[in-house]
Design a protein around this ligand. Structure first.
Ligand code: ATP
Length: 384
């Protein structure tokens, strides 16, 4: 087992924009860390630099306190865990797991190999399947065989690169649970790359959100959801996504599309001098006040519902809005920095299943102003 430390890691392909830009990250022994972000954000490049498949342009990579920048992949003792395709179909589960040990010719006796394979298969609950071929195993069992190989090698850490991306939704859910269970049981340091925020939120002790090669936030799933540091993280984490409502700052009031919200204390200080801010509200923080009791100090407003979606255990209402013309102009000028987030024109409400609101209705909505996030439109920083 191992700790992995990244200091000012940079990757440039040719002389273009850095694919990974000044990443600092301290992964503790036994930790399950997720690298997540949209396509092209640099997550695979980062993983490949850690495992040694890609050169590090600058910065330092330490494993267990030892500099490994120039070590060949095989000398880093890390295991990339591939799914399915990396297993040998003609070999039994037993032989697949034993394979890395047999490769180290003469280093292990048959008795030693047998002991290691049995130990690994016991940990991974594969004992009953040792004589089967990979073709007769479920996806989850195959994944465990791949992990078994890494275990017998006594790899210091597991690295996964989008292992579930080709599977259908149901299988992906099962495999996710399986990987989480095995990682906790084995306690092996794990780095897992995905673009899927559900995987990120359910698997990781800590989640690293990347955008254009830059780490935006490293935090527990709960902290990412409740205290996103900026607009990008706030918009990326959460499904359906956080609503971003453009608001004009008018003294101690924020003028949102449907309603004015008074601000005081620290927040009033932070928005002072700004013309425009972006207010973030999670869909579940907007309530239908006819079926849910809103706290005394809630902000209340009415809005016409354009569309509803009923999913049994929850339902969504879609509410179009228009930003004040001057506010919209300002945000359009900034759009490049906001990744388009400031220019949405529809709000999503996660309605209580008891709500009977339908398309065309004027819904009576309420939200607790304490649930608001307020973002600086220039920097994207969360001011709350
Ligand atoms: P995806 O989810 O689509 O796999 P990613 O977040 O894993 O994306 P990377 O594959 O790490 O992203 O790529 C990061 C950036 O580096 C991208 O802009 C990509 O085009 C670029 N890139 C990746 N590999 C190379 C390469 N071998 N040569 C040149 N540019 C590359």
């Amino acid at each position: 087992m191992s700790s992995i430390e990244l200091k000012h890691i940079v990757k440039k392909y040719g002389d273009g924009f850095p694919a990974v830009n000044d990443v600092n990250l301290d992964i503790k022994d036994g930790e399950f860390v997720i690298l997540v972000g949209p396509s092209g954000c640099g997550k695979s490049t980062l993983l490949r630099m850690i495992v040694g498949l890609e050169d590090i342009t600058s910065g330092e990579l330490d494993i267990d306190g030892k500099r490994v920048n120039d070590l060949a992949p095989r000398d880093r003792n890390l295991a990339m865990v591939f799914q399915n395709y990396a297993l040998y179909p003609h070999l039994t589960v037993y032989e697949n797991i034993a394979f890395p040990l047999r490769l180290q010719k003469g280093k292990h006796s048959d008795a030693e190999i047998d002991q290691k394979v049995r130990q690994a298969s016991d940990m991974l609950e594969l004992d009953e399947h040792l004589q089967r071929k990979p073709g007769n195993l479920s996806g989850g069992q195959r994944q465990r065989v791949a992990m078994g190989r890494a275990i017998v090698r006594e790899a210091d850490a597991f690295l996964f690169d989008e292992p579930l991306s080709n599977l259908d939704a149901k299988l992906r859910g099962q495999m996710r649970t399986e990987i989480a269970r095995m990682q906790r049981r084995l306690g092996i340091t794990t780095i897992y790359v995905t673009h899927d925020q559900t995987e990120a939120m359910t698997l990781g002790d800590r989640v690293c959100v990347l955008k254009r090669g830059v780490l935006q936030q490293v935090a527990s799933p709960r902290e990412l959801y409740e205290q996103p540091v900026n607009l990008f993280v706030a918009g990326f984490i959460g499904s359906p996504p956080m609503n971003f409502l453009p608001a004009r700052v008018d003294g101690n009031r924020l003028k949102l599309p449907f309603v004015d919200v008074p601000v005081d204390g620290e927040l009033a200080e932070k928005v002072k001098g700004k013309d425009v801010v972006i207010v973030g509200l999670r869909p579940e923080h907007l309530k239908d006040s006819t079926v849910e009791t809103a706290p005394e100090h809630s902000v209340k407003f009415n809005a016409v519902v354009d569309q509803t979606e009923w999913l049994g255990n929850e339902q969504y209402a879609y509410i179009p809005y228009e930003a004040d013309g001057a506010v919209r102009k300002q945000l359009e000028d900034l759009d490049r920095d906001l990744d388009g987030e400031g220019l949405r024109t529809q709000m999503i409400v996660n309605l209580d299943p008891r709500s009977r609101v339908i398309e065309g209705d004027e819904a009576r909505l309420a939200f607790d102003p304490a649930a608001m996030h307020v973002f600086d439109p220039h920097t994207g920083a969360n001011l709350t």
